[in-house]
Design a protein around this ligand. Structure first.
Ligand SMILES: Nc1ncnc2c1ncn2[C@@H]1O[C@H](COP(=O)(O)OP(=O)(O)OP(=O)(O)O)[C@@H](O)[C@H]1O
Ligand SMILES: [Mg+2]
Length: 339
């Protein structure tokens, strides 16, 4: 249903803003270096780098990645909002580059930031969308009412969008995405900012859409959500695919050991060396003030790790223990936590 081949996206680098001092522009100091999360390449920032993905018909497919990994860029290209720098993508049988109108007719999109027309009420938002896709007003109204009922917001049909809760706005965005009956639905972080109850309501809705046979592509920051809902997951970072499989198979790939996270102050590079010598510890790495040690003896390694850090001249500020899971696999692949 979706195939991408060597997708690459390079955004132009943001222009350097030069502070103009009183003495005039010719004495301007060097511009401060801006460090974006994406990879800097000549000519810009590579948000996607040779991404190959394949999503089957009827599949619930998850895209997982830390901030700046390239998830929204991927969705943007597949939904024709963003033009790829190179590479190809076919969505529901149409090429995003050359058949963008056909692609848009066959997909529904729920963007990362809800973007209803706030000048229109709830039902008008749906009817306007129906008119955009050429539905007759009678058909659009019938479908809109059915969707509002399905998503339990019928009583809000004539309310202003700003009077809806976050969860209700999110349901309206999904209703709008479904109005023209697309086969493929893209959702970019649909449950961010929702309370647990609203999140579970949305999960049930998404399960229902999946059970109806739709193909769903969803990005998320929540491991639990990805694990619960998705048939397959792709883990991406720095615009590259790091792993792609069912949640169960990915979990089986997680380092089969306990992950011990230590937050340190002091010379962390020295602590890494000392910790590597602790019996039962198979791997150690560090980012910023966080040191990660994988232990095949579970929590037993903790006292020795604390001593090793202290011997290296560091102070241990915090300790966290995680069992092998999607989360520990993710950290071992990206070196970062999802949040
Ligand atoms: N319009 C743009 N212009 C320049 N750089 C951009 C633009 N949009 C995204 N980027 C950069 O591309 C990279 C990927 O961004 P993208 O929004 O695809 O990430 P993401 O995985 O969706 O992140 P998040 O989890 O924060 O939503 C980042 O480095 C980002 O700064
Ligand atoms: Mg995003």
């Amino acid at each position: 249903m979706i195939e991408t081949r060597a997708l690459r996206k390079v955004y132009p680098a943001p222009p350097h803003r030069r502070a103009i001092p009183r003495g005039g522009a010719q004495f301007a100091p060097p511009a401060p270096r801006h460090t974006p999360v994406g990879t800097r390449v000549s000519g810009g920032i590579a948000a996607l780098d040779s991404l190959d993905l394949s999503v089957r018909q009827g599949e619930f497919f998850g895209l997982l990645g830390p901030n700046g990994a390239g998830k929204t860029t991927t969705i943007g290209i597949l939904t024709t909002r963003i033009r790829a720098t190179s590479g190809d993508a076919i969505v529901a049988g149409a090429n995003v580059r050359t058949e963008d109108v056909a692609v848009r007719r066959r997909i529904g999109v729920v963007p990362q930031r809800p973007n209803p027309d706030r000048g229109l009420n709830v039902i008008e938002n749906l009817l306007f969308h129906g008119a955009y896709f050429g539905l007759s007003s009678g058909l659009a109204e019938r479908r809109a009412m059915a969707l509002l009922d399905q998503f339990d917001i019928t009583d809000k049909a004539h309310a202003k969008v700003d009077d809806l809760s976050g969860g209700q706005q999110q349901r309206l965005m999904i209703a709008r995405a479904l109005l023209h009956e697309p086969n493929v639905i893209f959702l970019d972080e649909p449950t961010v900012g929702l309370d647990p109850q609203a999140r579970h309501t949305l999960w049930d809705l998404l399960r229902q859409l999946h059970a109806d046979g739709r193909t769903i592509v969803m990005t998320t920051h929540y491991m639990e959500e990805a694990d619960e809902l998705c048939d397959r997951l792709a883990i991406i970072d720095h615009g590259k695919l790091l792993a792609c499989d069912t949640p169960a198979k990915l979990k089986a790939q997680a380092p089969g050991q306990t992950l011990i996270d230590l937050t340190l102050s002091g010379d962390i590079a020295a602590a890494v060396e000392w910790c590597r010598a602790v019996p039962g510890v198979t791997a150690v790495d560090a980012t910023g003030v966080a040191l990660r040690a994988y232990s095949e003896r579970g929590s037993e390694a903790i006292p020795a790790l604390i001593h090793a850090c202290e011997d290296a001249g560091c102070r241990v500020e915090n300790i966290n223990l995680s069992k092998p899971s999607l989360e520990t696999l993710f950290i071992s692949l990206t070196g970062r936590k999802l949040d």
